[in-house]
Every structure is written in structure tokens, then in C-alpha cells.
Design a protein around this ligand. Structure first.
Ligand SMILES: Nc1nc2c(c(=O)[nH]1)N[C@H]1C(S)=C(S)[C@@H](COP(=O)(O)OP(=O)(O)OC[C@H]3O[C@@H](n4cnc5c(N)ncnc54)[C@H](O)[C@@H]3O)O[C@H]1N2
Ligand code: MOO
Length: 394
């Protein structure tokens, strides 16, 4: 069986960007740029005032000597003529500074009397002028390919005068939950042997969180014919098919076989991890199929460990970005483990990681408390209270 790190290395080799698409700025938040964004104009476009006041020639400035106010400059409506000796122009923040003027005196230091104004106070302080191109110049690269756009980056993109952005396409993901026993939540108790499908809604939420697009879901019985038809349909609609259950060695564990008709190419099958050993990944046609074990804790842990980096890579990011291990202090102890690298569920408690103390891969209720995964190497002697451990947000 391969190690977790080897499984991630193999996943990284197939998690390559899906390709670009163009979206309007209003839909670009959260997306990753597929191309650099270069400024299409200077900013500011000309020298502009940083304050409300009067644009003057510094050489003329003397306390209490009146200037003639010859016009006004507003943002988007400049005063079109030059300022000459003894003249000034009423100016507002962001407005173009008229030719000839090299300083703005703030209005708090001005005494206006009809068409004349005189200035007092400190007259040799800052010029209150932003030079043309002082923020950025036409042609400057403001954002580089791969950058994940957040609202702050959208300011830079819009200021570059871009209406649309080239971003990487997000993976379309189809969720297939396998198992005769599965019923839609709300309907299980109406049957004698059904259990709620507790994974599909959670996985769809994870897909959205990690930059995928859920395009469909189905609950399918453990019948080879039905499974194959569902597999065929999911592959037609998605870049990634996420299958839960049927990953192990039981008589009705058909999850791999259901894709057999399409000549799958195994990326990995099983990893030496606990929980989640039966996790598998295959390339099928142009798409990928990630198989998660059916045990709910195993499915959620393997989704966090494998689906997050997979979607990150397909969307043009580095899969490693989705696996940012942190150091946390442990509150409580973790015992010796066996030959599988272990990912313990823990609560975030006052900034420390408090193990939830269950090893049951089938557990569901306790997941509501699980904020973190604590990573423990295989064949490790255990951790004591207060030790520093490696954790991942979960
Ligand atoms: N003889 C062996 N048995 C098992 C092995 C093994 O190596 N040898 N591996 C165990 C491990 S580890 C795991 S994990 C599970 C994985 O099982 P499967 O992926 O085949 O999952 P199923 O058998 O389909 O289901 C397991 C369990 O999970 C419940 N389940 C499945 N899907 C859902 C869902 N969407 N919502 C809620 N619960 C779900 C299902 O009812 C079962 O109880 O295999 C071990 N066995
Ligand atoms: O990997 Mo299973 O998830 O150990 O129960």
C-alpha cells in the first residue's frame, strides 16, 4: 500500500488545470486568474489633487496675498486652461490639477472672499498632488496568472479597466452515493432498513468550498447494471465523479467495477492511512473518478485530504495549497498507532487541538465537533498533553 505522501504526489500529477474561460468581473471573486492582468491606462490618468482646496503655483504663495479664483476642477470635469501668476483654481479630491499649478492648498487654510481667496497657515507642507501614473502605469502587470481573486484583487483588476477576466474553469463534479441502504435524509425512518445518506449534502458543500461546481447527484443501489448506467451518465456531465461507498472488499463493493466499461487508468488504489484506507483515484476518459470509503468519518476525512487538493489543482492552483499543515498544541493525549498514518479528529479549543477521542470510522455525530485533523505518522509512539502536533483545518 502506498503512503499518504505518495498518494498526494500521484494526485498532483493528474490535477492539472482544466483550461481558461472568460467571466465578467462581477463573477470573478474566488476564481483563479489564467492570465496576467495588465493596466490599460495610467492611474491616476493625470496629476490629480489628493485634497479639497485650491490649485496654485507654489512660487506665488505668500501668506495673506489674495489670488484670483479663475475656475473649478472636479473629478471627470477638469478645468481646461493653465493657471498663471496670481491665479488659482478651486479643486476637489481626485480632480485633475490644471497646467501650471504645482500645489494644492487645503480649504481649511483658505479664506474665500467672492472671486478671491487668500491662504494662511503652513504653505510649504505636502503638495497634495498625486502624480500621473503614481499608483500604476499603463502596461504594468497588476495581477499574475494563478492569483486567486478576492474582493481586494478585484479593485486592482477593475482599476486596470478590465471588464472581463480570464480565469481557470472550475471542475464540474457529480456525486454518486452507492448503497442499497441509502435513503434521502428525512425518508429513512419511513423504511425498515434504510439509513440516511449523510454524505451527499456534506460533499456538495465541500465541493463548493473548494472551488468545484456540483453538477448532479444520484443515490444508486448496489446493482452492477444500475451502477454502470449511473457511472456513464455522471462521466458525461462531469470532470470529476465522486463516488462514496463500495470501495472495500465486500460482495457488493462495486465502485471501481462500475467504471470498468470506460477503461479506467488507476492513479492509486488504497493508501496507508486511517481512516480512509480504501480511497482510490482513477483517470477515466478525459475525467477523474475519486472513490471515497462509505464510512462517514472515512469519507469526510478522505474528501478533505484528496478532494480539496484535486479541485485546487484542476482550478489552476497548487494542490499543496489545500494541505497547509499548521502546528498546534495538543490538549489531551493521543496513543500509539499502527502501520497506517493516522488523521485524528480534534476540536479547536482555545487555540489548541483537543482530540475527540474516537477512532470509529463510522461515527457521524462527533463530526459536528471536528474542526481539525491531527496528523500522526505510521508506527508512532503517541503524543502527550501539551506536545506540538501537525494539524489541518477540517
Ligand atoms: N474485510 C474487510 N472489510 C473492510 C475493509 C477491509 O479492508 N477488509 N475495509 C474497511 C474499511 S477501512 C472501510 S473505510 C470500509 C469501507 O467500506 P466501503 O467503502 O466499501 O463502504 P460500504 O461498505 O459501502 O459502506 C460502509 C458503511 O458506510 C455506510 N455508508 C455508505 N455510504 C453512506 C452514505 N452516503 N451515508 C451514510 N452512510 C453511508 C454504509 O451503510 C456502511 O455502514 O470497509 C471496511 N471493511
Ligand atoms: O479506512 Mo476505514 O476508514 O479505517 O474504516
Amino acid at each position: 500500500m502506498i503512503s499518504f505522501d505518495e498518494a498526494i504526489a500521484r494526485l498532483t500529477r493528474v490535477a492539472t488545470p482544466l483550461g481558461p474561460e472568460t467571466v465578467p468581473l462581477s463573477e470573478a471573486s474566488g476564481r483563479r486568474l489564467a492570465a496576467d492582468v495588465s493596466a490599460r491606462l495610467d492611474s491616476p490618468r493625470s496629476a490629480v489633487s489628493a485634497m479639497d482646496g485650491y490649485a496654485v503655483r507654489s512660487a506665488d504663495l505668500r501668506p495673506d496675498t489674495p489670488f484670483a479664483v479663475i475656475g473649478e476642477s472636479f473629478p471627470g470635469r477638469p478645468f481646461g486652461k493653465p493657471v498663471k501668476a496670481g491665479e488659482c483654481v478651486r479643486i476637489f479630491t481626485g480632480a485633475p490639477v490644471p497646467e501650471g499649478a504645482d500645489r494644492v492648498v487645503i480649504q481649511e487654510n483658505a479664506a474665500r472672499d467672492g472671486e478671491r481667496v487668500s491662504f494662511s497657515g503652513s504653505l510649504d507642507g505636502p503638495a497634495h498632488i498625486r502624480a500621473a501614473g503614481s499608483d500604476f502605469g499603463k502596461g504594468d502587470t497588476l495581477l499574475t496568472a494563478g492569483h486567486r481573486l478576492n474582493p481586494r484583487a478585484l479593485v486592482a483588476a477593475a482599476a486596470a479597466d478590465a471588464a472581463k477576466l480570464d480565469v481557470f474553469r472550475r471542475a464540474d463534479v457529480f456525486v454518486l452515493a452507492t448503497g442499497d441502504e441509502l435513503k434521502s435524509p428525512g425518508e429513512a425512518r419511513l423504511t425498515s432498513d434504510g439509513i440516511p445518506d449523510s454524505l451527499s449534502a456534506a460533499l456538495i458543500a465541500f465541493i463548493r468550498d473548494w472551488g468545484g461546481v456540483p453538477v448532479g447527484q444520484a443515490k444508486i443501489a448496489d446493482d452492477p447494471g444500475i451502477l454502470q448506467a449511473a457511472a456513464r451518465q455522471a462521466l458525461e456531465h462531469a470532470d470529476v465523479v465522486l463516488v462514496t461507498g463500495g470501495a472495500s472488499v465486500g460482495e457488493k463493493d462495486f465502485a471501481r467495477d462500475m467504471f470498468g466499461f470506460a477503461n479506467p487508468k488507476e492513479v492509486f488504489s488504497k493508501a496507508a492511512i486511517k481512516p480512509g484506507k480504501p480511497v482510490w483515484l482513477s483517470q477515466v476518459g478525459g475525467g477523474l473518478v475519486l472513490g471515497l470509503p462509505g464510512n462517514p468519518t472515512s469519507a469526510m476525512v478522505t474528501a478533505r485530504l484528496f478532494l480539496a487538493p484535486l479541485l485546487t489543482g484542476l482550478e489552476g492552483g497548487d494542490p499543496a495549497e489545500a494541505l497547509q499543515w499548521q502546528e498546534s498544541v495538543l490538549t489531551g493525549a493521543i496513543g500509539r498507532n499502527g502501520g497506517r498514518e493516522t488523521f485524528h479528529r480534534a476540536r479547536l479549543s482555545g487555540g489548541t487541538a483537543e482530540p475527540l477521542g474516537t477512532n470509529d470510522s463510522g461515527a457521524q455525530a462527533v463530526l459536528a465537533e471536528a474542526d481539525l485533523l491531527v496528523r500522526q505518522a505510521a508506527d508512532h509512539g503517541g503524543y502527550t498533553d501539551g506536545e506540538t502536533v501537525r494539524t489541518l483545518d477540517f
